[in-house]
Design a protein around this ligand. Structure first.
Ligand code: ADP
Ligand code: MG
Length: 402
């Protein structure tokens, strides 16, 4: 795979370089509430701008339905990006329309243009190869194409598992390079998939239960311990025959979880106590109950203190730890302790500790944990999980093509 260094060696002054960045940040009332991903994108952009490139940045935000939707506009991101870069940022009101074309054509050396949310165009995520290819062609045209010096840098690790036009198809049309973020992420994940130092423990939580059950399937044979918390633990508790009240539950996956428990009884560690409440709110009435005694009408919203001790003990001798997914609804104070406790235990491990997942990374920041205590905090949850599952990442595979 060619890297940004390879591109810089060829000289980028005056060339239009299309960079796919991961700027998918949380917004509230039109303001960026966590700019971690914007900050992470700066090095690649700065390196290109310092060398006189004309940088065009493509990115997505949220899941608009293939049409412009003001609540998913990248406009607030453009403002923050300009602040953090300490340079002006041009912002196109569309992705490949008139505004984008004019601004791209007008770029001077060392100037940056951010395109509007690529997902405002239905072709970006289309299953139809021809539709995506056509959109990619329009993106390519913004650079002037290969003959005019156009090139593509993918620095959006959080999107490499998507076969989308601005991730995959565009790399087929332009000389392509991986950005520093993608390079660094792949380096760490390769260490996990190769010969991880043992014991190797994986902690899974979060809310995307059905997504993550597939991960469990492929991880179970590879890990020594699998700790399950968050919204996904209730399907496992149900598989053990427990009532889970109004907690998150994937009823159609109970059988799958039963099979996991039968096949790997010594590897899977489940919570022994649960923090329950009838509602998710800052002043919720909470109660800690045994995992097999969740009252009807109550929601399990965090793992309890006993579970935290159990999980910490299971992690204590691990030499490699991968953690994805909060242990509870950490955004709301009464349900944050489980995530905090387990995150501390992950941070305390002696070997390599890797955090994957947007919300898990956000939890590290929000709960006041020391980022440096972790070996690596990945910006792309879905992408890192798919990599660990052994799936091919389309956005990486295409960068490997010559
Ligand atoms: P990541 O982004 O790290 O991959 P996910 O997106 O899968 O993690 O899940 C994060 C979300 O899971 C958080 O918003 C958190 O509130 C939620 N969550 C965790 N535990 C529970 C639970 N018991 N019930 C409902 N939601 C939960
Ligand atoms: Mg998430």
């Amino acid at each position: 795979m060619k890297t940004l260094d390879d591109l810089l060696k060829t000289g980028v002054k005056g060339r239009r370089i299309l960079v796919r960045s991961d700027l998918n940040v949380p917004l509230k009332d039109g303001k960026v509430t966590d700019d971690k991903r914007i900050r992470a994108s700066l090095p690649v952009l700065t390196r290109l701008l310092d060398k006189g490139a004309r940088v065009i940045v493509a990115a997505h935000l949220g899941r608009p339905k293939g049409a412009p939707d003001p609540q998913y506009s990248l406009s607030p991101v453009a403002d923050r990006l300009a602040q953090l870069l300490g340079r002006p940022v041009e912002f196109a009101l569309d992705t490949v329309g008139e505004s984008a074309r004019l601004l791209a054509a007008d770029l001077n050396n060392g100037e940056l243009l951010l395109l509007e949310n690529v997902r405002f165009n239905a072709a970006e995520t289309s299953k139809d190869d021809a539709e995506r290819a056509e959109f990619a062609r329009c993106l390519e045209l913004l650079t002037g194409g290969e003959d005019e010096g156009g090139a593509f840098v993918n620095d959006a690790f959080g999107a490499v598992h998507r076969k989308h036009a601005s991730v995959y198809d565009i790399a087929k049309r332009l000389p392509h390079y991986c950005g520093d973020l993608v390079r660094d992420e792949l380096q760490v994940l390769t260490a996990l998939t190769g010969e991880p130092e043992r014991p190797y423990a994986v902690v899974l939580g979060g809310s995307k239960v059905s997504d993550k059950l597939a991960v469990i399937e492929s991880l179970l044979p590879k890990v020594d311990k699998l700790l399950v918390g968050g919204g996904m633990c209730f399907t496992f508790l149900a598989a053990q025959g427990y009532e889970v009240g109004d907690s998150l539950l994937e009823a159609d996956q109970i059988e799958t979880c039963k099979r996991f428990l039968e096949e790997s009884p010594d590897k899977i560690v489940l919570p022994t106590d649960i923090v329950v409440a009838s509602e998710i709110s800052e002043d919720a009435q909470t109660q800690v109950v045994a995992a097999d005694a969740i009252p009807a009408g109550q929601k399990g919203l965090d793992i309890g203190p006993d579970s935290v001790r159990l999980f910490a003990a299971a992690l204590a001798d691990a030499k490699t730890v991968f953690w994805n997914g909060p242990m509870g609804v950490f955004e709301v104070a009464p349900f944050a302790a489980g995530t905090k406790g387990v995150a501390e235990a992950v941070a305390a491990t002696k070997g390599l500790s890797v955090v994957g997942g947007g919300d898990s990374a956000a939890a590290v920041g929000k709960l006041g944990l020391d980022k440096n205590a972790f070996g690596h905090i990945s910006t792309g949850g879905g992408a890192s999980l798919e990599y660990l599952e052994g799936k091919e990442l389309p956005g990486v595979a295409v960068l490997e093509e010559v």
